[in-house]
Design a binder for this molecule. Sequence first.
Ligand SMILES: [Fe+2]
Length: 155
Amino acid sequence: MTAFLTWSKDWLLGIDALDSQHKVLADSINRLVVECRQTAAVSPEKNERSRELLARLFQELYTTTKEHFCFEEALMCAEDYPGLSAHAREHVMLIAELKATFVNGVKEGRCKLDPEFLLALKSWLIAHVTHSDREFAEFLRGKNRSGPAASLPEH
Ligand SMILES: [Fe+2]
């Protein structure tokens, strides 16, 4: 079966920690989608195990996303990135969206993920990484050209 979210070289920022975290996020979304498809195939109303697994995968995606955003924002802060506030707002909006989706659709066995939500999540991630995150990567590259190399926090 084709992966829902296919990793692309277009995503690469040249910042190893962020690149690997973005790949982990894509993998997490793909696992969630695979489970969604399987859950749908076995009638979600009757399959307790699938509902629990889907809730766990969603929780995992939520936690991974939050940790990644915290890491990215800490890096931006350490580098005095002027676009930090605007960038962090994009993160806050997605976290709020994920939280609402979890509360409304996944928690306590009400396991229903809207396919439109998954498509929107996919589009958001691709646009965010290839535009907003790339802007930060370009900023870092410019900074490194005109000053000492940036030291990335350990992860
Ligand atoms: Fe970001």
